[in-house]
Design a binder for this molecule. Structure first.
Ligand SMILES: NC(=O)c1ccc[n+]([C@@H]2O[C@H](COP(=O)([O-])OP(=O)(O)OC[C@H]3O[C@@H](n4cnc5c(N)ncnc54)[C@H](OP(=O)(O)O)[C@@H]3O)[C@@H](O)[C@H]2O)c1
Length: 202
């Protein structure tokens, strides 16, 4: 068991992904072409680019599984850019993968050791951006403080679930709901009763 570090109380691990209404983050073959939707919700908020940029600056580092990293590399190769700016990006893998920038660091081993031993002592806002395997492991190990679930206005029928199988129920507290003009609804939940403490819903 890892001993809590003094910075543990400050830091926040957020699982953040977008999914179809039927709960899939990618098609079975890993494709995410359906993320571009064409809906319009008249009562929704517009995502102001300045506000979005300011928000992204509050994220201190990213962590992800290797398959999510490979999708990011494919996007980059297609000229769609790198989604994680100049922030440190930790990639979980047991393989040797190409490293296209200095901000990328590979890690293999215990996820709890990475999060509690390495990330929490150094970073305040830690974003775990998928995929399904790593997000589920993060919840199973009680490492996540919150889950941000962006629902897109589409059903894709089958694919990779938001969370690979969990072995128990995980109680959540709904902290924020935002609906956007694009038809996307973003739900932010706090994870209750994780890391041994008892958490109320307030
Ligand atoms: N819609 C969205 O917002 C969203 C977000 C993220 C991802 N996605 C999509 O979801 C798919 C990927 O999700 P996924 O669940 O299949 O995979 P993933 O979680 O991205 O990656 C899983 C892989 O990470 C490596 N790994 C996991 N834990 C590890 C550990 N403790 N130590 C070392 N390596 C570890 C293993 O691969 P190795 O073989 O490399 O060891 C494992 O197979 C992609 O298609 C991606 O595009 C969508």
């Amino acid at each position: 068991m890892l001993r809590p570090h003094p910075r543990l109380a400050d830091s926040r691990v957020t699982i953040h992904m977008a999914a179809s209404l039927d709960g899939f983050i990618a098609r079975k073959d890993g494709s995410v072409d359906w993320l571009e939707t064409s809906d319009e919700f008249a009562g929704g908020e517009t995502l102001d680019p300045g506000v979005a940029e300011a928000f992204l600056k509050t994220i201190d580092c990213y962590a992800m599984g290797s398959r999510t990293y490979e999708t990011a590399l494919r996007f980059e190769a297609q000229g769609l850019g790198w989604s994680y700016g100049d922030k440190p990006t930790f990639v979980l893998t047991r393989r040797r993968l190409p490293r296209t920038r200095d901000t990328v660091e590979f890690y293999s081993g215990d996820l709890a050791q990475l999060v509690n031993g390495r990330l929490r002592p150094s970073f305040r806002s830690i974003w775990l951006v998928g995929g399904s395997v790593v997000s589920a492991e993060c919840l199973r190990l009680g490492l996540a403080d919150e889950v941000c679930y962006a629902i897109l206005p589409i059903l894709i029928g089958e694919g990779i679930s938001f969370f690979e199988k969990l072995d128990r129920d995980i109680a959540l507290h709904l902290a924020e709901v935002k609906a956007y003009k694009s038809g996307m609804v973003e739900l932010r939940y706090e994870v209750r009763g994780h890391r041994g403490e008892s958490r109320g819903a307030t």
